[in-house]
Design a protein around this ligand. Structure first.
Ligand code: SF4
Length: 329
């Protein structure tokens, strides 16, 4: 592993300037960063350990929402009674990710910024525009079964790996950031960038920006759930996942949110499907039309064309489940 300096600041006043230095990484749970450093993919000169900062609380907000500190562990968030009862989709998404041991270590802030699991990104002998800009993309003609079909470009077709972010997209979470320019808020939809010609640029943060919290708006009135389809039942990334919330009155859809995982180059908010569903009939043919419309712009490659039908079928199944559910979730 390449040598680096290590500091553990006690407060934001020292952490932010340290984090703004060139080639510096913040360290939280380390479940992704340390792996990447071991593999020679992340090569920071400086590591700023933020685990001494007061960012591990889940707090009620006056509007009925919640503020989740960036250092809250994934397992803590999944088990919190307020999350389980008021944001079921988020609790289920957290529990579907990684393994129990990793969830105990991984933080909410780190989950937001985790890197892709494209195998060529981790193989330093492979061409990968995300790891080494301008080198090409071996996934385009190679093994691309797990790659994305929405939001992809000719430079990169990697899928975003997070389950949590898919639920946060559906919930319209807001990310709190403290950085050299002060504090600010970023809508979750604006945090992650599509690859375009610069897949190495993955988010809208600038050097020194530190994610401090995730704000959840007041709970939806709708029932919600998260379904993840994968090659094995645990410790696997999504082939397709759906975060959904649905409210039906008099057989009409009165509220709907849909987030998709495994298919998008970023956590995917299915806005076209939501637009078609809202105010329309709550029946299976409407669900199918909406799902097909959302997946219509999909760009598939040799191994991942199956994701289109799988995503459509999963959307329909989840909406059907929510519309038939007899208890308020
Ligand atoms: Fe790299 Fe993206 Fe291509 Fe994977 S899909 S090899 S991450 S450029």
């Amino acid at each position: 592993m390449k040598p680096f300096t290590y500091v553990k600041p006690p407060d934001f006043e020292s952490a932010i300037p340290a984090g703004a230095a060139p080639r510096t990484k913040y360290l939280g749970g380390g479940t992704n960063l340390v792996d990447l450093m071991r593999e020679g993919i992340e090569l920071p000169d400086h590591v700023v350990d933020i685990t001494g900062l007061p960012l591990d609380a889940i707090e009620e907000l006056p509007n009925g929402g919640l503020r989740i500190g960036a250092l809250v562990r994934n397992s803590t968030l999944a088990a919190d009674p307020r999350i389980r009862s008021r944001y079921r989709v988020l609790s289920e998404a957290m529990l579907s990710g990684a393994s129990g041991q990793l969830r105990n270590m991984a933080t909410v802030g780190g989950n937001l910024l985790q890197r892709t699991r494209c195998p060529y990104f981790y193989d330093t002998t492979a061409a990968c525009n995300k790891r080494r800009p301008g080198s090409g993309c071996d996934a385009l003609e190679g093994y691309n079964r797990n790659c994305a079909v929405l939001g992809v470009s000719d430079s990169c077709i990697a899928a975003h790996p997070s389950d949590m972010c898919v639920a946060l997209a559906a919930l319209e979470a807001v990310i709190h950031v403290n950085g050299p320019a002060g504090v600010r808020r970023i809508e979750i939809a604006d945090l992650h960038l599509l690859p375009g010609d610069t897949p190495d640029l993955e988010n809208s943060l600038v050097p020194g920006d530190l994610i401090t919290a995730v704000e959840l708006p007041p709970p939806l009135g709708a029932r919600s759930t998260y379904r993840k389809v994968r090659d094995r039942s645990s410790y696997a990334f999504a082939l397709v996942s759906v975060a959904a919330a649905l409210q039906v009155e008099d057989h009409k859809v009165t509220e709907v949110r849909l987030g998709l995982g495994g298919v998008g180059a970023k956590p995917w908010r299915a806005r076209e499907a939501e637009r078609l569903l809202l105010g329309g009939p709550a029946d299976e043919s409407a669900y199918r039309r909406a799902a097909e419309a959302e997946l219509a712009p999909a760009r598939v490659h040799a191994d991942n064309a199956f994701k289109v039908r799988l995503a459509e079928a999963t959307i329909v199944a989840v909406l059907r489940e929510l519309s038939l559910a007899g208890v308020n979730r």
